[in-house]
Ligand binder design. Structure first.
Ligand SMILES: C[S@@+](CC[C@H](N)C(=O)[O-])C[C@H]1O[C@@H](n2cnc3c(N)ncnc32)[C@H](O)[C@@H]1O
Length: 266
């Protein structure tokens, strides 16, 4: 029996917001039951103090990404998935439950050994590595069974704001995915209230993890950087409508600081 595992503050944060929403498989429920998320409490409370509905951002982003993966896999069942900076997030585990026989390669520079203690699934390949070292990551992926010549869907959730544009571009160019999905902080198109909430939350996280700068992209600037074309772009308003059928918290496209954008190879 694996003991409950206490996480550091930032990795506990998104999982605290998740609250059993979005992912519903028994395997994910069992996995999450082993994680003690108390370390993220003060950061969680600080985000909620900035905007009490902050969990809605996480629900919307995670719902949209999972939905798009399921839709793309329905059309292309023979794909492989790479998730960059997956951390302890259960997305890969959830997808393996829905798509038997699919290989998912999750990469993170931390915590993959903790995840490996809790999850034993031959289709979920957990790789420890730094996305900044693209050639080493490619070697590790190949050793884990990734087939470079076959179509790949790349998930980059919760990471675009933390990597420099050069690191991001080099990593994506090395993988050459056929499809990719990102969440990203907007550069423009926010009304004042949205800009204040997004900036305050990400400045708080930036200071917590002692980063110099948070990176922001609009869908068009990210498309240019990656050399991929935009296939879909969702504002928080569009994500909420897609998830719940109406808009309660995000009443207009400009009340949104984080987008999810899907890309395809040119
Ligand atoms: C906010 S978490 C996102 C986790 C998950 N993708 C999600 O959306 O919930 C950011 C993750 O990025 C990882 N990370 C940051 N920089 C990295 C790098 N250069 N290489 C690999 N992982 C990195 C951290 O270890 C952390 O697990």
């Amino acid at each position: 029996m694996v003991e409950s595992i206490k996480l550091s503050e930032t990795s506990a944060l998104a999982l605290r917001f998740l609250q059993g929403q979005v992912y519903h498989s028994k395997a994910v429920e069992d996995y999450l039951s082993h994680l003690d998320l108390s370390a993220g409490q003060s950061l969680h409370e600080a985000c909620n103090a900035i905007w009490p509905e902050y969990a809605e951002v996480i629900f919307n982003r995670k719902h949209m990404i999972l939905h798009h993966i399921n839709e793309t896999l329905a059309k292309n069942p023979s794909m492989q998935i790479i998730s960059g900076a997956a951390g302890l997030d259960p997305l890969g585990l959830e997808v393996t439950q829905r798509h038997k026989g699919l290989d998912i390669f999750e990469i993170d520079r931390e915590q993959m050994s903790i995840k490996a203690e809790l999850i034993s699934n031959p289709r979920l390949h957990l790789i420890e590595g730094d996305l900044a070292d693209a050639s080493s990551i490619i070697d590790k992926l190949k050793r884990a069974g990734w087939q470079q010549h076959r179509p790949t869907f790349l998930i980059m959730e919760g990471i675009s704001y933390y990597l420099t544009p050069d690191i991001l571009k080099n990593f994506v160019t090395a993988i050459k995915p056929q499809y990719a999905i990102f969440d990203h902080l907007r550069e423009s198109g926010m009304n004042e209230a949205a800009n204040i909430i997004g900036s305050k939350v990400f400045n708080l996280i930036r200071d917590y993890i002692k980063m110099d700068k948070i990176q922001r992209y609009d869908a068009s600037s990210l498309s240019k950087l990656l050399g991929m074309k935009i296939s879909n772009n969702w504002s928080l308003c569009a994500m909420e409508r897609h998830r719940t059928g109406n808009n309660i918290h995000f009443l207009s496209d400009d009340f949104g600081w984080l987008d999810v954008t899907a890309f395809e190879a040119i």
